[in-house]
Design a protein around this ligand. Sequence first.
Ligand code: ADP
Length: 297
Amino acid sequence: MADVSELLRVGSGVDLGAIDPAGTPGLPDRKEVRRDPKGWARAELVTLGAELARQQEMLFANAKCNPADQRRVLLVLQAMDCGGKDGTVKKVAGTMNPEGLRITAFGPPTAEERQHDFLWRIRRALPLPGYLGIFNRSHYEDVLVVRVRELAPPRVWKPRYEKINNFERELTDSGFSLVKVMLHISYDEQRRRLLERLRDPTKYWKYNPDDVDNRAYWPAYQQAYQDAISRCGTDHAPWHVVPADRKWYRDWAVANLILDALKRLRLSYPPAGFDPQAETKRLEREETGRVSKVNGR
Ligand code: ADP
């Protein structure tokens, strides 16, 4: 099967307009997949999820047994409104043990956060060694919404690309594996999803009237994404664009991207820091002792 990470990786000069949001790059070209791609991808996510859970547990176990092991993984999820960030967290992160996850959603900065540099709140949310961190929106908002909605002048947001690159270099130098993902949906799909939210009372809570106003800024956002990906898609922290109009493809692709990052760590379960045979004997002796006492011997 084609390497999904390789296929979805983008860098400088990326042209979002040339990437089909309904595409399915890397999906195996086999008869049973062609017959029912959605059914296949949903079933495959169960298998991938089990392996993700195992890999994440090994990551956690290694950090627990060896305080010098600084390895951790950070998934950075960015998307236009209705792009499917929440669905991805639910479906993909939902396959793993919640105890090993650190999930943070970033909204508009609070009064306290605004007192600090834009990376301040990001640093506070970083996962500890052994954890899989997930950022639902991230430091990239500071060169996306801030730029498009003119929340700060160019002299403030322009130097941020370099600051982000330095920050991410610092992370990868200290044990982080970064998986940066833009969920790429089409303008029409966003409209469909907004309408779906309006048709279903159980989805009203997801609807935000501002999202409709934001649609007027679609081209400006695409440009801002393109620049952020171009400038911050580095070798140590590459960007991936995941076509996200089809939710089943999106989940399958993101699961593959995280699994790839975990597999690159070549994890195994840590060896015992004790003698398992001696410990077993100790427990067996304890059991014999207890039985003797009960029998009054
Ligand atoms: P979501 O849309 O991700 O489901 P919310 O409805 O809470 O969640 O929206 C989060 C909002 O916070 C978005 O409009 C986003 O643009 C905004 N936001 C996130 N980070 C920043 C930032 N650094 N500066 C300004 N706005 C931000």
